[in-house]
Design a protein around this ligand. Structure first.
Ligand SMILES: Nc1ncnc2c1ncn2[C@@H]1O[C@H](COP(=O)(O)OP(=O)(O)OP(=O)(O)O)[C@@H](O)[C@H]1O
Ligand SMILES: [Mg+2]
Length: 465
């Protein structure tokens, strides 16, 4: 460790810059992980939080979130009359674009029976639940409102009585809860002038009919006004021990509606609206993970390659390979861990500022680090080959010269001189090698053999394999 730190100290600026850069890359990978999880979480949050036994919607429609479904409001009484149903509540859900505090905001409105009906907010973390039939609102803090704020919607002003965080619309936008009549009014309410105009248009059409007197036409007008007692779904709670599928079939058959379990609704959402976005995000997430691994390994590789000269000098002064390999490994590890920690701290401190939910799962962080770490391990293994001289071939350093069992004998008989005896040597590209030895030990003879000026008595000289 001492050596690794010492070397990093020499290149402190560069090391910090690398940790910073690679750390930012890790931040993006971790954010992408969270975005992928968050997208699914947001899409399912409302269904999970509402969680009735059955969602009853317009026949053959895909439910209140995936597809528009209109059901007359009084149908919840019919559903209530089905055997096994304990509670059947009207439910309305739609998305609006309205100015809130001077800014145009996109959010979803839920209307429910505030007097004990299903589908309302479950947990209020500030203020209270809606207790009056009109002009009260519970909102998600994402809307940017506080308890006590007065929010104009349409022709009325609503007081924020409570805040809830547990659910969010499937688009990741804020949710607003209103009483059912209020929600219907916000949805269907039209301008007074527009209503007067429409009355006049209708009246003119009716007066044009020769079989109606003006008096009759005027009387007909009222029932012709459009009905706003419309809901999107009926939420059902069953009596304990009731067969859900059976009740669903009865609702299908007798009421000409479609009934889904919460599990069905989740599947509809996952396979429908969420499917393509989830796939897209998963693809990005995988790509980013691969990119991070490639970049980290390239960084570690260049970091090591830069040191090849220092490594050669270290070898020259007699440092064992083990020490050099350890230095390189420790530095790579420090770099990877440092960058990962930097990324982790950055995302941990910023993920709540993202406009969409970033759902942090420790398993994802581990996977990201593990993937990069595992890769580094493979890389370390390749590096470790220089430790073992027997392991030649395609190692991390290219071998350019190999000498095996080189022997050179001058003369014969009494004049025989064994200048070289069984010499083995391997030299890699870029490696610095010095021949040291007393006079007469065979340095010149070796060089002459290597340069093929002398023919060796035994052994091999191999260039570039
Ligand atoms: N042509 C030759 N015939 C016989 N003996 C030789 C011949 N060339 C070298 N030798 C002997 O081989 C041995 C190695 O000699 P070499 O010249 O390789 O040594 P060296 O390590 O280069 O020495 P120095 O440091 O003095 O240059 C010596 O004992 C030398 O006398
Ligand atoms: Mg010599």
């Amino acid at each position: 460790m001492h050596l690794a730190f010492y070397d990093l100290k020499q290149h402190r600026g560069r090391f910090i810059a690398t940790v910073f850069g690679v750390g930012l890359l890790f931040t993006i990978v971790l954010a992408m992980n969270g975005l992928y999880r968050g997208n699914i979480y947001e899409g399912l949050a409302l269904i999970n939080a509402t969680n009735p036994d059955l969602w009853v919607v317009e026949r053959y429609r895909g439910g209140p979130f995936n597809e528009q479904s209109t059901v007359p409001e009084f149908y919840h009484y019919s559903v209530k009359a089905i055997p096994g149903v304990e509670k059947a509540s009207p439910f309305i859900y739609y998305t609006v674009e309205r100015p809130i505090a001077g800014k145009s905001r996109h959010f979803s409105i839920i209307g429910y029976d505030v007097f004990g009906g299903l589908g309302g907010p479950q947990k209020i973390f500030a203020g209270r639940n809606i207790e009056h039939a009109h002009y009260e609102m519970v909102a998600h803090p994402k809307l940017g409102v506080h308890v006590g704020d007065r929010v104009p919607l349409g022709l009325h002003t609503y007081t924020v009585v409570g805040l809830t965080k547990e659910a969010i619309s499937s688009d990741g936008e804020a949710l607003v809860y209103l009483s059912l009549p209020d929600a219907q009014e916000v949805l269907y309410q039209r301008d007074d002038e527009e209503i007067r105009n429409q009355r006049e248009r209708l009246l003119r059409t009716l007066s044009g009919q020769s079989y109606l007197s003006p008096n009759q036409a005027d009387k007909l007008l009222a029932p012709l006004q459009s009905d706003t007692h419309i809901i999107n779904a009926v939420l059902v709670r069953l009596k304990p021990g009731t067969n859900r599928a059976e009740v669903g079939r009865m609702i299908d058959k007798w009421l000409y509606l479609s009934a889904y379990s919460t599990e069905d609704e989740l599947q509809l959402m996952l396979k429908g609206r969420l499917a393509s976005m989830a796939k897209q995000l998963l693809l990005f997430r995988t790509l980013l993970l691969i990119i991070s691994v490639v970049i980290v390994s390239l960084v570690v590789y260049t970091f090591t390659m830069e040191k090849i000269r220092s490594i050669a000098v270290m070898k020259l002064i007699g440092a064992p390979d083990r020490v050099i390999v350890r230095m390189v490994m420790e530095q790579s590890l420090l770099l990877t861990i440092g960058a990962f920690l930097f990324g982790l701290i950055l995302i941990q401190n910023t993920y709540q500022m993202f406009p969409r939910t970033i759902l942090r799962i420790p398993g994802d962080d581990l996977l990201t680090f593990g993937f990069n770490g595992w890769h580094s391990r493979e890389y370390f293994r390749a590096l470790a080959r220089i430790e073992n001289p027997a392991c030649h071939g395609p190692g991390w350093m290219m071998e350019i010269l190999r000498i095996e069992g080189l022997t050179k004998v001058f003369g014969s008989g009494r004049l025989e001189v064994r200048a070289l005896q069984d010499i083995n040597l391997s030299v890699s590209k870029g490696e610095l090698v010095a021949l040291l030895g007393p006079s007469g030990s065979g340095k010149t003879t070796l060089l002459l053999c290597i340069s093929l000026i002398l023919v060796p008595t035994a052994g091999k000289v191999v260039f570039g394999g």
